[in-house]
Design a protein. Structure first.
Length: 484
């Protein structure tokens, strides 16, 4: 197909879609395409130089499940690649286009359809933001069981399709997989399927959670919710060593009676960069309890007792409150102080946090760039460890040097039976290299549902780069970093 034929085809596609979606929600504006193509990871300009062919041709915003289904059908009819996008906060290019085509922005699908206060179940569109859902449930004295700290922007569908395993509420109530009752999925051919806990067809809820949208777009979500609690309390302790800090963190995490509503461990550098002031010791454990007043009181008292045993130094209450008020911005704040924040997220089991930290420390201590780390408690004995390298955008050698260091940590994580938290497009080559069984299964299901591989391509089943090329690239990057 030559360029004229291509443009004619895209023009015909626009006209066809505008028959069922208002033209104001079918955009071919280059600025809008650019704005909906990247994510918060702020990859520098030299990275995008190689990505011209990724650029989408359309941004389409369906308003309901029927419109979404018709768009997906049209895309398949025109063999046009599709990228499903919510708020794009999961980064790693998870919701960025990779083969051109249409970006389907889910955020117009933002309605609450039904709140059943007796059964404690809500049904809503997948493009609704967590903050909007939280506000809607507030009127009924209800609340979601779990949500990410990015709740001010991120959407329900994004949490279901990315990981949904760590964040606010997960220790107390479980991850998003536990809360799901059903999802309405628009498959790559545009057909609509309701998938419930009991579904035994091609697709189950387990396939949909963490699928990065490769099996289609989640249109609606039905999930269990909880009652709003009345008493919020928090504690924070500084520790001289990682050893002591992780001991205390795991004591709180694995306490069966009073699980924290939120729990994190960070190093001093992270606190310094994320907030205006910082605790005095090198490591900081922070826990928030949210329950009925007597239960919150008990939890605070038993945490204080445990902290004394591990030599924790308590942090002023105003600092703890400020941290909670700031929780949605904490990770973003790190980006304010540098021109190019680079990060990687690991999913590390409780019992291997110590060895992972030791490896991180030994690999990072001699490096010159600013770095920081932060652990957020997750479900099933897992933890999301986010490592930041704060580099200068004008210094590509530093950028690639940091990426090379993260690569070594990623290999170490897989070597000790752990994995990365977010795969996205950027980390798919790790999934392919280290998960041969998962790869085979995912590929077979993907081929059945999307034989032309049009929807959210280059996630899980196929990578742009071969592993050996990445190895070589990072070897050179590391060498150049040291020479410099
Ligand atoms: C400040 C900050 C704090 C964060 N805190 C947490 C946290 O506590 N816990 C955590 O797990 N993560 C966290 N994250 C990562 C991210 O915010 C979450 O994964 C979030 O749930 C992503 O939602 P989103 O709406 O931004 O989805 P996006 O990033 O837009 O999408 C994520 C993936 O899901 C797919 N997708 C989106 N919507 C749909 C849909 N309707 N149907 C099918 N596929 C879809 C996309 O194609 C993409 O592959 C944080 C990120 C930031 C920047």
């Amino acid at each position: 197909m030559n360029i004229t034929q291509k443009l004619e085809k895209l023009d015909r596609f626009t006209k066809e879609v505008e028959k069922f979606i208002s033209s104001s929600h079918v955009s071919t504006d280059p600025y809008e395409i650019e704005a909906t193509s990247a994510d918060l990871s702020l990859l520098p300009k030299y990275h995008y130089k190689f990505k011209e062919e990724f650029r989408a041709s359309h941004v389409i915003r369906p308003g309901n499940t029927e419109e979404l289904s018709k768009v997906m059908k049209k895309c398949r009819e025109f063999s046009l690649p599709v990228t499903i996008r919510a708020a794009a906060t999961s980064c790693f290019s998870s919701s960025s286009p990779t083969r051109g085509g249409a970006i389907i922005d889910m955020r117009r699908m933002n309605k609450v359809h039904e709140i059943d206060a007796d059964k404690k179940i809500v049904r809503c569109d997948a493009g609704i933001s967590w903050i909007k859902l939280i506000e809607s449930l507030l009127d009924y004295g209800l609340a979601p069981k779990c949500y990410p700290t990015s709740y001010k922007a991120s959407c329900l569908g994004g949490f279901v399709a990315s990981a949904g395993k760590s964040g606010i509420g997960v220790l107390k109530y479980g991850g998003i997989r536990d809360a799901l009752v059903s999802v309405t999925l628009v498959k790559p051919d545009g057909s609509i399927e309701e998938i419930t806990k009991d579904s035994k067809g091609n697709l189950t809820l387990d396939n949909i959670v963490e699928s990065l949208g490769i099996y289609g777009a989640i249109a609606e979500i039905e999930m269990t919710i909880t009652t709003l609690k009345t008493s919020l309390g928090m504690i924070g302790y500084g520790f001289k060593s990682f050893n002591k800090a992780i001991d205390f963190y795991l004591t709180l995490k694995n306490n069966k009676v009073n699980k924290p509503f939120f729990l994190s461990l960070s190093n001093k550098k992270f606190e310094k960069l994320a907030h205006k002031t910082l605790p005095t010791r090198d490591f900081f454990v922070y826990a928030v309890f949210f329950d009925d007043p007597d239960l919150t009181e008990k939890a605070l008292a038993s945490s204080k007792e445990a902290a004394l045993k591990t030599d924790g130094l308590s942090v002023d209450e105003w600092y703890l409150k400020e941290k909670w008020l700031d929780i949605a911005d904490t990770e973003l704040n790190l980006g304010r102080l540098c021109r190019n924040p680079v990060f990687q997220e690991y999913w590390i089991a409780d019992e291997r946090c110590q060895s992972f930290y030791e490896m991180y420390h030994s690999k990072t201590k001699k490096l010159m760039y600013k770095n920081a780390f932060y652990i957020m408690a997750g479900i099933n004995g897992g933890n999301r460890i986010k490592i930041f390298g704060l580099s200068d955008i004008k210094n590509p050698r530093e950028f690639f040097g940091i990426k090379a260091n993260f690569h070594e940590l990623s290999k170490f994580a897989y070597g000790q039976q752990d994995r990365l938290y977010t795969i996205g497009v950027v980390n798919t080559f790790y999934f392919i290299k280290f998960n041969p069984d998962g790869l085979e299964y995912t590929k077979a299901l993907k081929t059945k549902l999307d034989p032309e591989n049009l929807v959210n391509s280059y996630r899980f089943v196929q990578a742009k780069m071969k592993y050996w090329r990445i190895q070589l690239l990072f070897f050179i990057a590391k060498w150049l970093y040291w020479v410099a």
